[in-house]
Design a protein around this ligand. Structure first.
Ligand code: BTN
Length: 236
């Protein structure tokens, strides 16, 4: 990869979208970090913020699996390197005891019927003190430092994560079924009663499975529904 580092940038995903793959853009902090569903991503120093620009070697209908594959790779590294009990909430939030440690935002550039490149943005709450997070986030987030009881070496973490992701992309598309099985193993969504909020509707039911393109299969009173996007919460 060609690697570009910024002390401060609006959003690594914004910068990365104009680059030719393969590239990695890393920032110490972001002034306009972006999350899924048009949300902001709080990006104070101490976190790990990066975007990976790659050309995915898979078919158009396999593209929606990318967020799931990436979250699986990162979860694997967090478990292996730090021994933390990380879980994945569909499609790609990484949580520990219900609190979010990592968010992933995949954006495609190029033609919609044949994406030329994918910009994979990853935000990891690494060494931040989450007491200093905005009030509305405090309850739902945690950081690796808080879980690990000491600061993590962000450079080593990032290296391990990039290695894991590189290996995964090297094995595309053949590795997809195997990695989706690992996703299921790490999932805290399957088998639960869930609600998915989409722009124009809300779906409630039991999360049964994911299919081969990463869609969530939900059993609802109206029958099974296949969900490709949305904001999921687990009902308790
Ligand atoms: C989410 O959970 O909503 C996704 C958050 C993704 C945040 C990362 S930080 C690096 C990259 N640049 C951005 O502006 N967003 C992603």
């Amino acid at each position: 990869y060609q690697i570009t580092y910024f002390d401060n940038i609006d959003s690594t995903n914004n910068y990365a979208r104009s680059l030719q793959p393969p590239q990695v853009v890393i920032a110490e902090q972001q002034t306009k970090g972006r999350g899924r569903m048009g949300r902001a991503w709080f990006s104070a120093p101490g976190g790990i913020y990066f975007s990976l620009v790659i050309t995915p070697r898979c078919s158009v209908d396999e593209i929606p699996t990318i967020p799931l594959l990436i979250s699986t790779a990162i979860t694997k590294v967090l478990k292996r390197e730090l021994g933390i009990q990380a879980e994945i909430k569909w499609p790609n939030d990484i949580l520990v005891q219900g609190q979010k440690v990592t968010g992933i935002l995949v954006e495609l550039a190029g033609e919609t019927d044949a994406p030329q490149k994918a910009v994979i943005g990853v935000g990891i709450n690494a060494n931040q003190n989450t007491n200093l997070f905005p009030e509305e986030l405090k309850k739902s987030v945690t950081s690796l430092r808080e879980l690990n009881c000491s600061p993590v070496n962000r450079k080593l973490m990032l290296n391990s994560i990039l290695e894991e992701i590189t290996q995964l992309f090297f094995e595309l598309p053949n590795c997809i079924p195997k990695v989706l099985n690992t996703w299921k193993e790490y999932s805290c969504t399957l088998g639960k009663k869930i609600t998915v909020k989409q722009v124009s509707k809300t779906i409630t039911g039991i999360a049964k499975d994911i299919d081969r393109s990463g869609a969530l299969i939900v059993e609802t009173p109206q029958g099974e529904q296949r969900i490709l996007t949305g904001d999921l919460s687990i009902n308790i």
